[in-house]
Design a protein around this ligand. Structure first.
Ligand SMILES: Nc1nc2c(ncn2[C@@H]2O[C@H](COP(=O)(O)OP(=O)(O)OP(=O)(O)O)[C@@H](O)[C@H]2O)c(=O)[nH]1
Ligand SMILES: [Mg+2]
Length: 452
């Protein structure tokens, strides 16, 4: 799936103009290729330099000369465990493009997304949960996600899996010894004692998954769709909640036609996707209005949560009912309470997009509905794949424990228990990457940007 033995190059600073651009090289010819276009006063070449050194000089890319600082990392003490060079040059991005082209002409291959981190993983420098965390750090939206991604990068997920795997492996060793040694087993192992140890592992795995926060894959932020009659203030609310004037607001009913999606930061540092849609009506006046209603209902069908927004100042109290075919939480919100304050208890939150009354409370209620309140620094961020693997490892441990509990001797159920425990270890191994399919690896690394 990944070529690991050639020399790759990529721009690893972000796109667009910046004060400094970084171009990275990794592979057996990294030092030699960097030497070919770097000129400095140093008497020795980059290939002869020790690692963890920098040199100031000039890089020659075609007819252009750019001032540069070269950072040298020698294998195996580099990110990829290969020889690596970072060339730091002043912006603009055109200089980095030209430098990259020169490196490719000299024999480097342009790296694909995540290839540097893939090399770090395949060389054993980091495990898969840490590789995944590199991408999570890059894509983190909000402080809580960033905190948990950094913790995973520092090995928190790996350590938790390793400690569960080690406890399971200890039990497995004793179970398999009972197969191999049979009657010769000197210290007779009590099945219930092994079962208790597995219960503790399962309990710990359950605790980890229950206390963890979800790391959303890109495009999978929880969707909060704002619905209501035309003019209820849906677009105003989207602007207020997201803190950006993204949606057009007007006193003219029927202003919003397209579905507009904007990211909102929650008070806990996580993100949700807010969607503003056309005001819902039963009688669309024309083909455009009908298309807007169709788009609105399509957005509604994939909502994780609905804000049912009503205009509290409307003469009929805007008694809009929730759509019939939804299966997600609905918050009933009365807007425009600066104009008229409804006094019945039919509303979950009363707000004014004009005076901002009730907006903080609404944000808190959105978090409650979506269970986003665990964004404390202690919560471990996990992907669905990782959560599934942890709970399956827990379930297999429990199955093994119940088999052991029903047996007089460990050897009576040893083969079945061993199968379950090996399965549990494989699940944990799929998180660290010790046992993982190419398909999963492909999906993890394709989330990266080039240069990382
Ligand atoms: N007084 C008052 N006016 C508001 C409030 N919220 C929105 N408005 C006004 O209500 C009108 C409609 O607001 P929009 O946000 O465009 O309403 P909408 O629900 O998106 O309307 P459509 O897109 O047409 O369905 C605008 O004139 C807003 O300024 C509020 O809390 N108080
Ligand atoms: Mg609107």
């Amino acid at each position: 799936m990944f070529e690991l033995d050639d020399t790759i190059a990529a721009i690893s600073s972000s796109a667009g103009s910046a004060g400094r651009a970084i171009v990275r090289l990794s592979g057996p010819r990294a030092l030699e290729i960097a030497d070919s276009l770097f000129i400095s006063d140093s008497p020795s070449a980059i290939v002869d330099s020790p690692g963890f050194r920098s040199r100031v000089g000039i890089v020659q890319t075609g007819s252009i000369e750019l001032p540069a600082v070269v950072y040298i990392f020698r294998r195996p003490r580099s990110y990829t465990r290969q020889d690596m060079v970072e060339l730091h040059i002043p912006g603009p991005a055109a200089g980095a493009e030209s430098l990259l082209n020169s490196l490719i002409r000299l024999g480097a291959r342009e790296a694909g997304p995540g290839e540097f981190t893939a090399r770090a993983f395949f060389s054993g420098r980091i495990d898969l949960s840490q590789a995944q965390a590199v991408s999570d750090v890059i894509h983190a939206s909000g402080e809580a996600q960033l905190r948990s991604a950094i913790a995973a990068l520092q090995g928190r997920t790996s350590r938790l899996c390793a400690s569960a795997a080690s406890a399971i492996a200890d039990v497995l060793a004793e179970v398999e010894a009972s197969i191999d040694l049979g009657d010769e087993l000197i210290d007779v192992v009590v099945p219930a004692e092994l079962a208790n140890r597995l219960d503790l592992v399962a309990l710990e795995l359950k605790r980890i998954t229950e206390n963890s926060t979800d790391i959303s894959e890109i495009g999978q932020l929880p969707r909060v769709v704002i619905i209501g009659r035309p003019n209820a203030g849906k677009s105003s609310l989207l602007n207020v909640l997201s803190g950006t004037p993204r949606a057009i607001v007007s006193a003219l009913a029927g202003t919003t036609r397209d579905v507009l999606s904007v990211e909102m930061q929650t008070p806990h540092g996580s993100s949700v996707m807010l969607q503003d849609i056309a005001g819902l009506v039963t009688d669309a006046r024309d083909a455009i209005a009908a298309a807007a209603q169709e788009a609105a209902r399509a957005a509604l069908s994939s909502a994780d949560m609905i804000i049912l927004l009503a205009d509290a100042s409307a003469p009929d109290g805007d008694g809009l009912e929730p759509p019939e075919d939804y299966d997600c939480p609905v918050l009933k919100v009365a807007n425009k309470v600066d104009l008229r304050r409804p006094n019945d208890g039919a509303w979950d939150v009363m707000i004014s997009c004009r005076t901002l009354e009730g907006i903080d409370l609404l944000k808190a209620r959105i978090c409650d509905c979506l269970h986003l309140n665990t964004g404390c620094s202690e919560a471990l961020g996990l992907h669905h794949r990782q959560k599934r693997a942890l709970s399956q490892a827990g379930e297999l441990s429990l199955c093994a424990a119940s088999l052991l509990r029903g047996a007089a001797e460990v050897s009576d159920v040893a083969e079945l228990v061993s199968q379950d425990l090996r399965g549990a270890l494989a699940e944990l191994g799929s998180i660290s990457g010790r046992i993982v399919s190419d398909d999963v690896l492909g999906r993890i690394f394709e989330r990266f940007c080039v240069g990382k």
